[in-house]
Structure formats: C-alpha cells, structure tokens
Design a protein around this ligand. Structure first.
Ligand code: AMP
Ligand code: ZN
Length: 467
C-alpha cells in the first residue's frame, strides 16, 4: 500500500517518495495578530491529519510550523493596541498553543518565530543581491526581481508573457493580477515605529515571504519533502518562497505542495477581514467540545470547501454519541465464543479499507466509511449475540487504531460525565429497588429523565445515558 498525495505543483496525484525515513514537513503557521479562527484551524487540522497519516504509514515526521510575529498586520495591530510588538504577539502566541492543545493537534517539532530568525533572512537576501537577483530600489527597500527567475509563476500557473517588467509591490499580501517584484527587506518607514532591525542595507524589517524561506531551510534543509498551507497561501506567498529559495540555493525547494480549500460560511471564506468568523473559544462557549470540532473540521476532504454550519456540528455530536453508545455496548459484552473468524475478517477488511483510504490523498470519506461500516456490521453481530468479549475488545482496538489518525472517538472514555447530583439520584434509586419500593424507584427514574438522563438496568447494574 503506497501513500499518494495531490501535488498542487503538478495538479495531479503522485506517489509519495520521501527523501529520508524522517519526512520533512513545513506548514505555514499563524500570523499572531489576533485569535485564530476555525477557518485557520481547518488548515491546521488538515496538517494534523496529514502528519498522522504519514506516521500511520510508518514514517517519522519532522514538522516545522512558523509563527509570523512581524509583518504588516502584526505591526498595525500592536500600534492600535499601543503595545510593543513582542508584548502584543505574545498574547496571541499563547492563545494559539492553548487552542492547539484543546483540539489535540499534534505538536510540531519546531515552532520558530520570525523575529528570532532575522539574521538567517538577511543571509539569504545577501546571497540574492550577490547573484544579481535582488536589488535595492530608490525607497531603500530590497526587492526580488521576478524577471531573473524564469520559473516564476510555476506553482500558481501564471502566464508571465504578459506581465509588466520592473513593477514593484511593497505590501505582504497582493493578488495574482498584481504580479510584481516583491519586497525582501522593507526599509524603515515612520509607520513601522520601533519595529527596526539593522541590516547591511540600513534599518528595516523583513518581508513576509522571506520568513518561511529562511526558517524552512534552517530546520529542514534546502530541499525537503512537503510544504502545506491554505489555498490562499499559494499566491503570492508560496510562489515567492519558491523564487527566493530556488534562486538562492540553486536547487529544488519542495517536492510536494499540498493546499487545503477554505472553510466557508454562507458561501464566503471565513476571515477576520470579512468579520464572519468564530474562534475556538466562541464554539466551546456554545457547548461544543473538542471531539465534535475535530470531527467537523476533518470530515470534509481537505481539497473541498468546508461549509461550516451549526447543523454540521449537531450532526457530528449525534454521530459521535452513537459511537459512544456502541463502545459502551461492546464493553458490556461478556459472552465467550470460540469462533472468532467472522469478527477477525470484518475487522481486517475495515482496517485495510481505512488504511487504503487515508493513504489515497487523505480520502476522509472512505476512511470514515470504514469506521461507520464496521459499526454497522458489529451491531448486527451484537443483535444476534454472535460476538464474544474477546471479539468486542478487538473491535475496540480497531477504533483505537482509527483514533491514531482521527482522535475523536475517544474509545477509552466512552462514559458520559455524570454530575454528582445525578449520581446521588441513581444511588437513591438503587436503594429504593433494594427495598422493593418500586413506586419510589419509578419516581426517581422520571426525575432523572426530566433532567436529561435515561436510566437502563443491565446485568452489570444501572446504565445512564444522556438524552
Ligand atoms: P494567517 O494567520 O492568515 O496567516 O493564516 C494561517 C493559515 O490559515 C494559512 O495557512 C491560511 O491559508 C489558513 N486560512 C485562513 N483562513 C482560512 C479559511 N477560511 N479556511 C481555511 N484555511 C484558512
Ligand atoms: Zn509561510
């Protein structure tokens, strides 16, 4: 079974052949000027999925996620907040790591901050100047001359024939129709305030794109396996990274480019500028949990737009709650039965389908189908009393394996958290039953139901279920 990814560079699925047994993965990280919204987390969740799938296929991963803590947006934000840049970004860096933990996004091996790598950026810019590929303009800033890199536009598939030569752009973000020489080093301007570094070309600060070229090279080398980001990063950010890195190093920058489509709300990209965003905190405050959010963020294939709705979150809640019940039922099976062949073959088919699916450019629909189909098949066996305790444990183990990648089934914690007052009522009901006071026992059962808890009596004692 091989691993294949859709490589944006060639617009086709390709077999993944890593350079070394440890896969180098660079993921463009947050610009820490605000709380990340769940659109951003769609990108980070896709990268978490990718990382876990690569690991599932037996490779180690060395992942770098940069923190953009100096750029046009962070500087503007810190000035509006009247805070030094570092103090301003520190708050959002902290929040970002807290959010990653809530969502159980696996930790990258490196989280380099741009402000800690200015020297490395200056080194690359100097190489580009020495090679005559970059130049200093009248405004004292240093620009990359796209006419000196014949491959410019190869990722975003830009027709370079009809571009105007020598046009410059100083902003970090711009559209495809403004293809131009872009800033590597921005000479200090009054609007930058005290955000200043020394360089051989005078005081200033780096452009956004050079940050990722410098930090990827430092931690992963001149050529590495995979580079990812949201589709909006493809141009100009990734195009400019390729131009800088390949011109400076004289070799291929990245073997596989993977981009996720946007998370959208009412047909529009979720973004801070459109003011149509929810942060993770907003959704936790509304009572949704990490598992529901992981489910929603993962369950649409990464190259398709994810239409975010509360209905979708409620559906996720229902599906996960059905799985929770299923795990509970499996835990309660005590029968012993010698013939394990049926269950073994059902599980082995499911595991194979699952691995094939996730390895096929992260085919989440088929991967999830393997988990849902296994649930259906096993439920049929449970109804016919054709599953033993040993078989049930094998099924639970299969879901633990799915969770190495999904991490939303949470097989070991399949019990609902029961508040103490509810537990007291359950105990009181047990006392009433022991005293054969069935009127009281029924009254307590109705009371529990009124509070949203269904009680079922099983051979192992009462079982509570949240309604
Ligand atoms: P930023 O903090 O704006 O630099 O974005 C961080 C990451 O989130 C980048 O990889 C973006 O492409 C990604 N991103 C931003 N908005 C969305 C969205 N609505 N859906 C998916 N990814 C997004
Ligand atoms: Zn980047």
């Amino acid at each position: 079974m091989s691993l294949t990814f859709f490589n944006t560079m060639n617009r086709q699925k390709e077999e993944f052949k890593p350079l070394k047994s440890k896969v180098g993965l660079y993921t463009c990280g947050p610009t820490v000027y605000n709380y990340a919204h769940i659109g951003n987390f769609r990108a980070y969740m896709f990268e978490d999925f990718l990382r876990r799938v690569i690991q599932y296929y037996g490779y180690e991963v060395e992942q770098v996620m940069n923190l953009t803590d100096v750029d046009d947006k962070t500087i503007k934000g810190s000035q509006q907040a009247k805070l030094p840049l570092n103090d301003y970004t520190a708050k959002y860096k902290k929040a970002f790591f807290e959010d990653l933990e809530v969502l159980r996004i696996e930790k990258a091996e490196h989280y380099p901050a741009a402000t800690a790598h200015i020297a490395e950026m200056i080194d690359i810019i100097q190489v580009l100047l020495d090679k005559g590929i970059a130049y200093q303009a009248e405004d004292n800033s240093i620009y990359f001359s796209i006419s000196k890199f014949p491959d410019y536009g190869k990722l975003a598939k830009i027709d370079m024939e009809n571009q105007r030569a020598g046009v410059r752009i100083n902003a970090d973000e711009y559209e495809k129709d403004s293809v131009a020489d872009f800033a590597l080093w921005k000479a200090w301007e009054e609007k930058d305030g005290d955000v200043i570094w020394d360089s051989p070309w005078g005081k200033g600060r780096p452009g956004w794109h050079i940050e990722c070229s410098a930090m990827s090279m430092k931690y992963l080398g001149k050529t590495f396996d995979i580079h990812t980001g949201g589709i909006d990063n493809m141009f100009p950010h990734h195009e400019d990274e390729i131009a800088q890195s390949e011109s400076a190093n004289g070799c291929k920058f990245v073997n596989y480019w993977l981009h996720c489509a946007h998370l959208i709300v009412n047909g529009e990209k979720m973004s801070k500028s459109a003011n149509n965003f929810f942060t993770l905190r907003d959704l936790l405050d509304k009572g949704y949990n990490d598992r529901e959010l992981r489910f929603v963020l993962l369950s649409t294939h990464y190259r398709k737009k994810l239409n975010f709705t509360f209905d979708g979150l409620d559906q996720a809640r229902k599906s996960l709650s059905r799985f929770k019940d299923f795990f509970k039922r499996l835990n309660e099976i005590s029968a012993t039965c010698a013939d394990e062949t049926i269950i073994d073959s059902i599980i082995s088919d499911a595991m194979k389908n699952f691995k094939d699916a996730i390895g096929d450019d992260l085919n989440i629909s088929e991967g999830l189908a393997a988990a849902f189909n296994l649930q259906n098949d096993v439920n049929k066996l449970i109804e016919k009393n054709e599953i033993s305790n040993k078989g049930a444990n094998k099924v639970l183990d299969a879901y633990k394996k799915f969770d190495k990648v999904f991490d939303f089934f949470d097989v070991d914690n399949s019990d609902d958290e029961i508040p103490p007052n509810i537990l007291e009522l359950v105990e009181a009901r047990q006392d009433a039953r022991a005293k054969k006071d069935f009127a009281m026992s029924d009254k307590i059962r109705d009371n529990l139901q009124g509070q949203g808890w269904l009680i079922e009596d099983s051979p192992k004692g009462p079982r509570l279920k949240k309604i």
